[in-house]
Design a protein around this ligand. Structure first.
Ligand code: ADP
Length: 444
């Protein structure tokens, strides 16, 4: 059963129940009020009448007394005989009791009596035909029985209209979700606009979830296409060189050259594949850190000496300025990768015979790794995007065209995984400073 039907049924049952309860309360309350009203009228009329009746020497006078007033019949009795007044024919007889209400019953109904003594064995009697509550209630019951189906029908109809109107946006959500499932079109949105009910909230939550899914999906697609594009070039080179070498088997030098090219391209592919793997792991959230305590200064020194040869090829001087005893808790091999990527870029985009300085310092609980060069620098337009995957300012600027624009994005991911942040300052033509800050200790 749909939620709509359930709500309407519940609402209708409750409505009918409430109408019945309210009617029962109303009937009984009105019965009580009617009786109280009748008794007070009776009392008033009889008391007023007594004021207008005079008894002297056993004889009785009245001052223009109205013997039927406000539904009350008045009669004057002496020695149990009615002397004057009015009395309904079917009123039952009843003994005289001074000042006390009596409730005699006859076949035709019930009555209220009130007698007041005027003198010896002389009474004025007020008689009121009690309103027949039994008939009233049963006629109301009939009315209720006729009205109830209409009330229930109206309640059900009204309830259904309100529920249907309120659930209309939910139908839009279902329809849009269905369209997305059928067409694989992630750009579809419900677009209900502003509204302050839960279903509008749900629709806008759905839309913003779709925004995120779409952008994640687009990123994924872009990543796959960039990755295949980057792999296609070295593969094409390898195939071409292999073909060239196989058609020049007689010429050993040509074959050696081709093999060197193939090996270089193979290395490039291997590096690229390992970078892609790191990125895929970090996307899956499986870039696991293995934090350990080590001296960051020592790590910097080891890394620089391993890159000495590379720097020498361009006549670049590498130097280290590290604070003493920079013991940090971090994933050593990943931090080494950060330093390698920064320094490799500084050499790659550095000036021939230039310099590269690696500074390792600490600042309010953070270890700061900064790599400064006096290389070609980066223009302001590109600065913001260089941390993006596959983003290269201009691949022809690089001496060694082995990069695929992943180095800095990997640095950013590693540093972020450590709870740190990256930044860059650069002036085109003058040089750059790349900085990574990581907490000295990892929060567990
Ligand atoms: P790759 O070096 O493989 O192209 P990166 O992600 O390491 O990719 O760097 C992105 C871009 O940032 C590079 O293409 C390069 O143009 C620029 N860049 C990085 N480091 C430097 C630097 N030290 N000096 C000048 N430009 C740099």
């Amino acid at each position: 059963m749909t939620i709509k039907k359930r709500i309407v049924i519940w609402y209708t049952i409750w409505m009918a129940f409430l109408v019945i309860i309210a009617s029962v309360i109303l009937f009984s309350a009105s019965g009580i009020f009617a009786r109280r009203e009748a008794l007070s009228d009776l009392e008033e009329v009889v008391h007023d009448a007594r004021e207008d009746i005079y008894v002297r020497d056993g004889r009785i006078w009245t001052d223009d007394l109205d013997f039927f007033d406000d539904g009350v019949y008045l009669s004057i009795w002496q020695n149990s005989e009615m002397i004057m007044g009015l009395l309904p024919e079917d009123a039952p007889s009843s003994p005289f009791v001074n000042g006390v209400f009596q409730y005699p019953e006859s076949e035709k109904g019930s009555w209220y009596y009130l007698d007041l003594e005027l003198g010896a064995e002389t009474f004025v009697r007020g008689v009121f035909r009690a309103y027949d509550m039994g008939t009233f209630v049963s006629s109301m019951q009939v009315l209720l029985l006729i009205l109830l189906p209409f009330v229930v029908l109206l309640a059900a109809l009204g309830g259904y209209i309100i529920v249907r109107r309120s659930f209309k946006p939910a139908d839009a959500v279902i329809a849009t979700a269905g369209e997305i499932a059928d067409s694989d079109d992630l750009s579809k949105r419900i677009g209900l606009g502003n509204g302050n009910d839960e279903i509008h909230d749900m629709a806008s939550a759905f839309d913003s979830m779709m925004d995120r899914i779409e952008s994640a999906f687009e990123k994924e697609k872009q990543f796959t296409s960039d990755a295949s594009h980057e792999l296609r070039t070295p593969i094409a080179v390898i195939l071409a060189e292999a073909e060239y070498a196989s058609s020049h088997t007689a010429d050993e030098d040509k074959m050696k050259d081709s093999l060197a090219v193939i090996s270089h391209q193979g290395e490039k592919m291997s590096r690229l594949v390992s970078e892609l793997l790191t990125i895929a792991r970090s996307d899956k959230g499986t870039l696991k850190l293995h934090p350990e305590f080590f001296d960051l200064g020592e790590l910097g020194e080891m890394t620089l000496s391993a890159m000495e040869d590379q720097a020498e090829k361009k006549g670049i001087t590498l130097s280290l300025k590290a604070e003493k005893d920079m013991i940090v808790e971090a994933d050593q091999s990943m931090i080494a990768r950060v330093i390698i990527n920064f320094v490799a870029n500084a050499i790659n985009y550095g000036r021939n015979n230039g310099w590269v300085i690696l500074r390792i310092t600490q600042k309010s609980g953070m270890a700061v790794i900064a790599v400064e060069d006096n290389g070609i620098g980066i223009s302001r337009d590109h600065l913001e995007r260089i941390w993006d995957r596959f983003y290269q300012v201009d691949s022809s600027r690089s001496m060694d065209s082995s990069g695929a624009g992943l180095g800095l994005s990997i640095v950013k991911e590693i540093v972020t995984a450590h709870g740190g942040s990256v930044s860059v300052e650069s002036i085109e033509g003058l040089g750059s400073i790349f900085t990574a800050e990581i907490p000295m200790r990892q929060n567990k």
